[in-house]
Design a binder for this molecule. Sequence first.
Ligand code: ADP
Ligand code: ASP
Ligand code: MG
Length: 411
Amino acid sequence: MKFGGTSVADLERIRRVARLVAAEVETGKRVAVVVSAMAGKTNELVAWTDGCGPAAQGLPPSDDEYDAIVASGEQVTAGLLAMTLRNMGLNARSWMGWQVPIITDDAHGRARIDEIPPEKLVAAMDRGEIAVIAGFQGVDREGRIATLGRGGSDTSAVAIAAAVGAACCDIYTDVDGVYTTDPRIEAKAKKLARISYEEMLEMASLGAKVLQTRSVELAMAQRVPVRVLSSFVEPGEAPGQGTIVCDEEEIVEKRIVSGVAYSRDEAKISLLGLPDHPGVSSTIFGRLADANVNVDMIVQSRARDTNHANMEFTVGKRDAARAVKIVEDAQAEIGFESVAVNEDVAKVSVIGVGMRSHAGVAKTMFTALAEKGVNIQVISTSEIKISVLIDAAYTELAVRALHAAYGLDQL
Ligand code: ADP
Ligand code: ASP
Ligand code: MG
């Protein structure tokens, strides 16, 4: 069972979580619980590091002291939940990442889990102890605390579930499942009873933060059955069915499009007047890759005079300033005319495995946006998604228009 930040936001909610855990234990199951920090806590800790660390200069947080600071929120909630369970007469103890141990690489701030030796946890659970594990954190091979990237407690939960061979991994949050789009933006969003790993992976990586992308990757690779459900239930009430994330074959009702996602975390960089010869893209994207800048959408087009090209690409907002600097530093060598950055953009995407076998999905998208007067700046597609980059001011309008255009209001 994993509980996110809003589910453990104060002592009253922690008591509610404890009741849900107790109810699960009463059914005879052995339970491991993963908790996030209290809502808002991690943001506060990150803001403190901004004030004194390299993140202040816009560098990625790859600092082991950053992790020592931001991992602390989960230590508090793990302790509080274990203490609450004990006060209810249950046998529980808290586990920090290093105690389990959840062993990670040393990419601080966005570490990946390498392995989780399950013996100690399993032995504790076999003794009848509820294991309350601090999410988001692990320990690198040097013994330093490492964190798994924002939203990383989901990944902690799936990784623990895989390591101990759990029957399932229940992710409790502030919504009662995965919806056709963010219910905060579209009140007509519908809860999906099931969603395939692949669609969930696209939804997560395209902005639906209900599950961290890496947690879905891991669940898919390790075949961990994941359920998303609400912790906001009254005492004695069951948490409902939630959404099951599973193999495509297990889904009976076939939809062409399952969901709409959006992200305001991107920035668009435009390069004008690039010389049009082999090696230019290789230089630009090579430099960006060397600096660990992830590039998402890319378009290149011929400029009006035939010897030049224009190029646009998107990077995470956090990386935008660095990316521009890297490109500018290469200007003399590459010889383009100008570079500009636009942070007022949003990426809106439609996702569905049915796209593989249906024509006309893109047409529906472009028509719906055109009817609302939304201009498309960049388009990218994969087998099961179409994304467009638009002016950020139109994000909600576009999400709602697409939600209606694919009949998701009517599911
Ligand atoms: P937690 O703190 O429990 O990890 P998050 O805030 O990370 O919770 O994720 C839950 C939030 O994800 C919801 O409150 C909702 O606004 C948002 N969300 C975005 N897209 C979706 C979607 N398609 N379905 C459900 N929730 C979504
Ligand atoms: N507390 C961490 C965060 O806010 C991890 C998580 O909530 O999953 O990013
Ligand atoms: Mg989350």
